[in-house]
Design a protein around this ligand. Structure first.
Ligand code: 6R9
Length: 657
């Protein structure tokens, strides 16, 4: 990578408007779960720090060795034994907190709600664990779970964890072929699903997709089906079993056996941009230690008073770690919402915040930008004074979106924690601490205590403050992936081969003058324009800082003169008109904000952007459009018709200068 250009660095301060920082509120700082001392403690004794974090859990047998590191293969808390479901459910009941609510579940159809206390959860998980045994599923067996956002989803995951079966949750929006390849790769013997779920006001079917997927997977012995929508579905009497027939009649008693700290807990497939999906393997003790500790620290969770809501789908890692395992290990009360933010109206999220008096909200930049586009007046109609901490995850959050989130959702009083991590890291790695950090809009700031991360140049050397390059993690961490399921070589090649001895997540990053870290998107998305590295994230943030722009996606397209040229796709805010001058206005705005080198060659006004099902912009497809290629794989796209709308725009594209 060539030297990072000066222009974007200098103009960072423009976006920040005089290096704006937000100090933690005094009351939060005074009572924070974690203080600045944690950084020093962890720096002085990293393994000791994680041992204390592990001590927050209940171990059936204490570990002998904290870390066994045979790079790049790690074992944490070696010799220790624990049961994840016991830690997430039973121990809270045993501690007298059985009546405490674990989940307020809000179905998409209004007034369709359920409340599950920790005792309710214990009964359901025990029954489901007994049902797994009756189906012949035991320790080490793989179970594919393909479900809507209903309480049976975390119940099924916890039942697997309880008996030591390895779950592989496949997001309910995936196709039959995507489901099939994941079932095959993990060699699952059971699939747990539902007849369907509710999405955008209508029941959608899931069982037919499972039928199609398992028609070609002889290894699947049984399909366990939750009735959710009462749709007509086809039924194979030899293979299909209703959840209510099997699970409901089971005993509510189940003795949880302890499992080895390194026993596999789950596989979660990441689609990535190329190739076959990677089955990311997480194990038991280290994973639960770091998800629980980070949830306690980053959200300042107070189990007795907080109402916590993470809006992710449980089918993604954010849902695994921060709807299921982290919050339950901490005894939190969470909200789970089944549906979409615009059903039946665009204020649904804020209505839920108001109804449950949510105190901590964790959502994604893509959602925040959508809310901005819908207008400030919508959240303004609801009482959201209960909120005290806001989180962001999934993509870099543009400073503009950060400030909007802080002001219009957080009432200007709630700290925003921008949390960087990945399916592979298992838990949050880089993030402010809400009671400690003076956070800057758009920056993930510092590695958490106990995490050693840095930004390095092409040669793997740490860059000085003000420099840019590649994010790396330099020491193993408890919730790290242990391998790619069935493919150690791919694990080594993908994550540990770019730089000697360090983990390479694939993200570009920079350190500002204070040494704080800014994530710049996937390195595949960094553009090389006339020998300058320019991050798509920075140009997008500059575009979004223009009052007429709601969302922007930027790609580098091959250019005979500059190597790559910047092509931007923008969605205008409600009210802004598409005009002849808008492209020029926006190009000038970017030039002013970031410097002339970052001026896009083309600006295309589009109605929508292509997003993956987890809400990330698919720049790869936009690159295909910008370079007039036929589109690559669109199967992970939420709505493939979006690409036609965008391609139609191309001939009218402006390309001045
Ligand atoms: C948790 C999750 C991982 C990739 C990651 C990065 C991007 C996630 C981010 C962020 C900037 C943040 N990403 N959080 N980029 N700032 N706060 O999203 O996992 O689906 O595996 O995606 O998402 O590019 O490498 P996953």
């Amino acid at each position: 990578m060539a030297e990072t250009p000066r222009e974007p660095q200098e103009t960072l301060s423009n976006l920040l408007q005089e290096n704006r920082r937000f100090a933690p509120p005094d009351d939060l700082a005074a009572a924070a779960n974690v203080t600045a001392a944690a950084y020093e403690e962890a720096a002085a004794d990293r393994l000791g720090f994680w041992e204390r974090a592990a001590d927050r859990l209940a171990w059936a047998k204490k570990w002998d060795t904290t870390l066994e590191w045979n790079p790049p293969f790690a074992k944490w808390f070696v010799g220790g034994q624990l049961n994840v479901a016991y830690n997430c459910v039973d121990r809270h009941v045993e501690a007298g907190r059985g009546d405490k609510v674990a989940y307020y579940w809000e179905g998409e159809p209004e007034d369709d709600t359920r409340v599950l206390t920790y005792r309710d959860l214990q009964v359901q998980v025990n029954k489901a664990a007994n049902a797994l045994a009756e189906l012949g599923v035991g320790k080490g067996d793989r179970v594919a779970i393909y479900m809507p956002m209903i309480p049976e989803l975390p119940i099924a995951m916890l039942a697997c964890a309880r008996v030591g079966a390895v779950h592989s949750v496949v997001f309910g929006g995936f196709s039959a072929s995507a489901l099939q390849s994941r079932i095959e790769d993990a060699d699952a013997k059971l699939v747990i699903t539902a007849d369907g779920g509710f999405r955008r006001g209508k029941p959608s079917a899931l069982k037919p997709t499972v039928d199609e997927a398992v028609a070609n997977t002889p290894g699947v012995e049984k399909v366990l089906v939750v009735r959710r929508t009462n749709q007509e579905i086809s039924w194979n009497g030899d293979r299909d079993v209703w959840w209510h027939d099997l699970v409901d009649r089971q005993s509510d008693q189940h003795e949880a056996q302890p499992h080895d700290a390194e026993h596999p807990l789950y596989i979660l497939y990441t689609s990535g941009t190329t190739g076959k999906p990677k089955g990311i393997l997480h194990t038991t003790g280290g994973y639960l230690t770091q998800t629980a500790w980070t949830h306690h620290a980053v959200f300042d969770l107070k189990p007795d008073t907080d109402i916590y809501w993470c809006t992710a789908d449980i089918g993604w890692v954010t849902g695994h770690s921060y709807i299921v395992y982290g919050p339950l290990a901490n005894g939190a009360t969470s909200v789970i919402y089944e549906g979409t933010p615009d059903t039946p109206h665009r204020g649904r999220f804020w209505e839920i915040v108001q109804k449950y008096k949510v105190t901590i909200l964790y959502t994604a930049p893509t959602a925040i930008r959508t809310f901005m586009k819908w207008g400030d007046d919508i959240p303004a109609k609801f009482d959201m004074s209960s909120l005290r901490v806001l989180g962001s995850v999934g993509e870099p959050i543009n400073p503009e979106a950060y400030v909007w989130y802080r002001e219009h959702i957080g009432g200007g009083r709630c700290p925003v924690v921008d949390t960087w991590w990945q399916t592979e890291t298992g838990a949050i790695m880089i993030s402010p601490l809400p009671g400690v950090t003076h956070a800057k809009p758009g920056a993930a700031m510092r590695p958490l205590p106990g995490i050693v991360a840095d930004v390095v140049d092409d040669q793997g050397n740490s860059v000085p403050n003000g420099g840019g390059g590649f994010l790396v993690v330099k020491e193993p961490w408890p919730s790290m992936l242990r391998t790619i399921w069935g493919d150690d070589k791919r694990y080594v090649d993908t994550y540990w081969s770019r730089f000697e001895g360090v983990y390479f997540p694939g993200d570009g990053a920079k350190k500002d003058e204070d040494g704080d870290i800014w994530l710049l998107g996937r390195v595949d998305d960094v553009m090389l324009v006339s020998g300058h590295n320019i991050s798509t994230t920075e140009v997008e943030s500059a575009l979004v800082s223009h009052p007429k722009v709601a969302e922007a996606a930027v790609v580098g397209a091959t250019d005979p003169v500059t190597g790559q040229a910047i092509v931007s796709f923008v969605i205008l805010r409600g009210g802004a008109e598409e005009s002849e001058d808008i492209a020029k206005e926006l190009r000038d705005h970017v030039a002013k904000t970031l410097g002339p080198i970052a001026k896009p060659r083309q600006i295309l006004v589009v109605p929508e952007l292509p997003k993956t099902r987890s809400g990330k912009i698919m720049r790869r497809l936009l690159r295909d459009v910008a370079e007039n290629r036929s589109l690559g794989d669109v199967t992970t796209l939420t709505d493939s018709s979006v690409m036609n709308l965008i391609a139609e725009k191309l001939p009218s594209a402006k390309s001045e200068d």
